[in-house]
Design a protein around this ligand. Structure first.
Ligand code: NAP
Ligand code: MG
Length: 399
């Protein structure tokens, strides 16, 4: 069988622990037999990040910005315990944070839905993709405890020295205050990433804030989204037959819970923090959650939403075979290959990505699963297999 050819290489970012083991298995078992895989390899495993003083992460992100599509394995974000375990020179920053800062992107997360694993919200038939604005608001706030009778004010001092002052509150006794900010540039980048990705996945975009209460702050988000939509995306949305829908956040929540899913839901930073956990847990398993970072200029980095599955890795090191779920990592690869195929006009590569996803979903629907899905899947004769057996079942289907 002739292998499917690629044109432009993917930026391949290898990672840590159990997902590093799965990474290699995915390539060997389900990709390389069918595709003449072209990648530029960057080893973001913690030992190599430490050796290169984390330069490898920066190089990989810059290369992703140049080539346009990257696929990333889960990586360890070091903490005190990891400093010791890996004898690190420094507590290196989260690679995902570094990459996100360089690509200036937004993270989109969506569950992989299969028949037999029903979302806890019974009307959800299609995946809900959630986009969280990853800058500012309460995550970069300044807070103060007001200990006694006092007047609290917001003071802005411009470069030329002139000031704008607004009263927050005349305190009659103790209380708390909080100052937070956001930036037009960051909200604009978020909006563009969302509009672009909605076109990409061909789904309606929903966005919500509390602009009726927050008449300047949240209203700014609403206005920026609307301006960018009208100027840059309205025609393309109409052509694609999708809509941009703005509503209040409480209305959005109520509507999402009664919907059949299948939309892209853009959230402000805090709403996204809360709602992504709600959507993820309603859909069952972290191992079935995909994640893609999209920059406002249309660069993509695909990955799994879960971490390096440390507990399984320690069992693997003891010589046990583990039944770790490779689905989200597999979908990172299929997502990246599909996007690469679309950008390079390679229809057979796009078709391969579709078939790979279909084969893996069918494998689960036929009852061949990894251990984490055992309590979730309703099936008359389930068979729990290890990761390698699961991948071989998918490869057999593909062949
Ligand atoms: P985790 O790796 O996501 O694993 C948490 C638990 O969830 C696992 O112990 C396992 O439960 C279950 N799980 C997650 N993925 C699974 C899969 N594919 N198949 C089966 N079960 C799965 O999170 P963590 O243990 O909090 O973090 C481990 C490391 O990952 C940390 O060093 C952290 O810094 C890093 N991390 C990286 C990323 C990223 O690169 N994007 C994201 C999050 C965390 P059981 O043990 O009960 O089976
Ligand atoms: Mg959270």
């Amino acid at each position: 069988m002739a292998k499917i050819q690629m044109k432009t290489p993917l930026v391949e970012m290898d990672g840590d622990e159990m997902t590093r083991i799965i990474w290699k298995q995915i390539k060997e078992i389900v990709l390389e037999p069918f595709v003449d895989l072209k990648t530029e390899y960057f080893d973001l495993g913690l030992p190599h990040r430490d050796e290169t003083d984390d330069q490898v992460t920066i190089d990989a992100a810059n290369r992703a910005a140049e080539l346009g599509v990257a696929v990333k394995c889960a990586t360890i974000t070091p903490n005190a315990q990891r400093m010791d375990e890996y004898k690190l020179k420094q507590m290196w920053k989260s690679p995902n944070g570094t990459i996100r800062a360089i690509l200036d992107g937004t993270v989109f997360r969506a569950p992989i839905l299969v028949k037999g694993i029903s979302p806890f919200v019974s009307c959800w038939k299609k995946p809900i993709t959630l986009a969280r604005h990853a800058y500012g608001d309460v995550y970069r706030d300044t807070e103060m405890y007001v200990s006694d009778k006092a007047t609290a004010e917001l003071v802005v001092t411009y470069e030329d020295g002139h000031q704008e002052v607004k009263k927050i509150h005349d305190f009659k006794g103790p209380g708390v205050i909080e100052g937070m900010h956001n930036l037009d540039a960051s909200i604009e980048a978020f909006a563009r990433s969302c509009f672009m990705y909605a076109l990409d996945i061909h789904q309606d975009l929903w966005f919500a804030t509390k602009d009726t209460i927050s008449k300047v702050y949240d209203h700014r988000f609403k206005d920026i989204f609307q301006e960018i939509y009208d100027k840059e995306f309205k025609d393309r949305f109409e052509e694609a037959g999708i809509t941009y829908f703005y509503t209040l956040i409480d209305d959005a929540v109520a509507r999402v819970m009664r919907s059949e899913g299948g939309m892209l839901w853009a959230c402000k930073n805090y709403d996204g923090d809360v709602m992504s956990d709600m959507v993820a847990s309603a859909c069952g398993s972290l191992a079935m959650m995909t994640s893609v970072l999209v920059s406002p200029s249309g660069k993509y980095e695909f990955e799994a939403a879960h971490g390096t599955v440390t507990r399984h890795y320690y069992r693997y090191l003891k010589g046990e075979t583990t039944s770790t779920n490779p689905m989200a990592t597999l979908f990172a690869w299929s997502g990246a290959l599909r996007k690469r195929g679309q950008l390079d006009g390679l229809d057979d590569l796009v078709a391969f990505a579709d078939k790979l996803e279909k084969a893996s979903i069918e494998t689960i629907e036929e009852g061949t699963i990894t251990g984490d899905l055992n309590s979730l899947l309703e099936h008359p004769n389930k068979r729990v297999v290890n990761t390698e057996e699961f991948l071989r079942a998918i490869a057999a289907k593909l062949a």
